[in-house]
Design a protein around this ligand. Structure first.
Ligand code: CP
Ligand code: NVA
Length: 301
């Protein structure tokens, strides 16, 4: 049997993505009702973190525990990765001991290399290019609060970063329109724009991007690894804050999402993130349920 990986959203098809989202909501209900769901009893997940994390680490760890399994946290500082053991060798070793590997790293090539050399599923927990696990939670949050996203308009405001690239993949798989407003020089991957011309539009004016939108989303202006560009980015993104004024041009019931952590007063105002139409806490919680659905999909189907 060929092993399934989750390097980007495009490792699943539309039907599988819908299935994972709906299963995530089911697992959420089971947990709330206290139903036993030890579907990964005695299974273990290795988690390699080369960047910081709160949500991704805790949701995978808690998820594996709830499933009756366990997880192992590995950082370069206290594993041989930090002393130069090749990622391919690490993949070969880990996949003889655990049932799945999650990795958060810089270059997307690292995830590809892990997957090529692993006999167990490899999950991308964020790279400089993509953050597909976050999209599972974002889409679950939209479906639970507003129904099917097909045919809706979604607006991305700010940096064309890993999250933005993953929104483009979600637009393709779930058939929605995505309007991206970013400053010149901060565009998402050109190959993704080229491949999705029919549904992804790039504009420079955030107000134009949010018109008719059902979901407005953004992310930090400087991602992990770009800290030294923070001051320049504050200037370049000055007109890209998601404010109440900007939200007033979207649909009146538009929801606001942010993968978190957020910088109030930069990419989003305190008023918007703390508004009832901001579902960021639900979205953060859904990381747990969505990733459990993903683990079950990769390990049990
Ligand atoms: N959204 C997200 O991935 O959060 P962490 O960096 O805390 O994992
Ligand atoms: N774009 C952000 C997402 C953090 C979850 C980063 O890569 O740092």
């Amino acid at each position: 049997m060929t092993v399934r990986h989750f390097r980007s959203l495009l490792d699943v098809n539309s039907q599988e993505l819908l299935q994972i989202i709906s299963r995530a909501s089911e697992l959420k209900k089971m947990l709330a009702e206290g139903a036993t769901h030890e579907f990964l009893k005695n299974k273990s997940l290795a988690m390699i973190f080369e960047k910081s994390s709160t949500r991704t680490r805790v949701s995978f760890e808690a998820g594996m525990t709830q499933f009756g399994g366990s997880s192992i946290f590995l950082s370069p500082a206290d594993s041989q990765l930090g002393r130069g053991e090749p990622i391919a060798d690490t993949a070969r070793v880990l996949s003889r001991m655990v049932d799945a590997i999650m990795v958060r790293t810089f270059s997307h090539e690292t995830v590809e290399s892990l997957a090529e050399n692993s006999s167990v599923p490899v999950i991308n927990g964020l790279t400089d290019s993509y953050h597909p696990c976050q999209l599972l939670a974002d889409m679950q949050t939209y479906f639970e609060s507003r129904g099917n996203i097909q045919g809706k308009r979604v607006s991305w405001i700010g940096d064309g970063n890993n999250m933005c690239n993953s929104y483009i993949n979600a637009a393709k798989l779930l058939d929605f329109e995505l309007c991206i407003a970013c400053p010149p020089g901060y565009e998402p991957m050109q190959s993704l724009l080229d491949a999705n011309k029919d549904r992804v539009h790039l504009v420079r004016d955030p107000q134009q991007a949010v018109i008719d939108s059902s979901l407005v989303t953004t992310d930090v202006w400087a991602s992990m690894g770009q800290e030294e560009e923070q001051q320049k980015r504050i200037v370049d993104f000055a007109d890209f804050e998601v404010s109440s004024e900007l939200m007033s041009h979207a649909n009146s019931d538009a929801i606001f999402l942010h993968c978190l952590p957020a910088h109030r007063g930069e990419e989003v105002s305190a008023e918007v993130i703390d508004d009832p139409n901001s579902l960021v806490w639900e979205e953060a919680e859904n990381r747990l349920h969505a990733q459990k659905a993903l683990l079950e999909f990769l390990l049990c189907s």
